[in-house]
Design a protein. Structure first.
Length: 277
């Protein structure tokens, strides 16, 4: 049985009383290479933050819709791509309960394959770098953290996510090609910061799918530390490679529900603490 529902309107008195300094933080989860645990990280970080008492919205901004799959959402009527089209065409957005879903205390906005067509439209239109920002900015007051899962590329969607975000968590697994993609990704973040979004910063580099027993994992981990230590934060939390992650995704459950005692779950909880600190 699916354990998610469309989010009902909830009047949040605390949100109305929050000052500008208490507005929610938008964090993009990004990578240049697919298969590095980006969507799984967004999913599990959302629930780890929620466990610590934070109000969290997760946004699937990837046409592959992996985060939507993690949440187990089906029969989506209004996805993030539809909202982007509304903004491009200067149309009003639908009511929030039509596109914000809720599953066990975490809200999320799903995606669909139609987002690919939206990306093509973004490339053809002028001045479309801040379409996602137009959707997320009004939601800041309702959440402590808005996590945006993005596609593993540097296309129009990723640029939109960077233009909307306050920070970027860069996921990388201990492989040579992922390391090369990391450097390219960080160059793009720097360009977006200087040209489009001056508040954008790198929250840190997160090593995922780590197997400390392998020489390659140790080598890449050391290389990341030598290259970026003192320049960019490297999260102390490292996500271990475990079958529990794949199993939890299959059952559309975060690790905190499916396998709360496993090492990967504990690593995501530590990561949440680092993000909050």
């Amino acid at each position: 049985m699916k354990r998610f529902k469309k989010r009902r309107n909830r009047i949040m008195a605390f949100a109305r009383n929050r000052g500008c300094d208490d507005m929610g933080k938008i964090i993009m989860i990004g990578a240049m290479k697919g298969g590095v645990g980006k969507s799984v990280t967004a999913f599990n970080l959302a629930y780890s933050l929620q466990k610590k008492g934070k109000r969290v919205l997760a946004v699937d901004f990837d046409p592959q819709s992996n985060l939507t799959t993690c949440f187990g959402a089906e029969d989506v009527d209004v996805a993030i791509g539809d909202l982007i089209l509304n903004v491009i065409e200067d149309e009003e957005l639908p009511e929030r309960e039509e596109y914000i879903w809720e599953r066990n205390g975490v809200d999320f906005i799903p995606a669909s394959i139609g987002l690919s067509a939206v990306e093509a439209k973004l490339r053809m239109e002028m001045g479309t770098e801040k379409m996602l920002a137009a959707i997320l900015e009004p939601l800041r007051d309702d959440y402590d953290y808005i996590l945006v899962d993005t596609s593993p590329s540097l296309g129009a969607l990723t640029i939109n996510a960077m233009a909307a975000a306050d920070e970027v968590i860069v996921t990388v697994n201990p492989q040579l090609l992922a390391m090369k993609g990391l450097q390219d990704f960080l160059k793009t973040v720097k360009k977006i910061k200087s040209r489009i979004n001056g508040r954008l910063d790198v929250a840190g580099i997160l090593l995922t799918m780590c197997d400390a027993r392998t020489i390659l994992c140790k080598t890449i981990t050391e290389q990341v530390a030598e290259t970026f230590q003192g320049q960019i934060r490297i999260f102390k939390s490292k996500i271990p490679n475990t079958v529990k992650v794949g199993e939890s995704v299959y059952y559309s459950e975060p690790l905190i529900e499916y396998a709360p005692g496993c090492n990967a779950c504990k690593a995501y909880e530590r990561l949440a603490g680092e993000v909050i600190a």
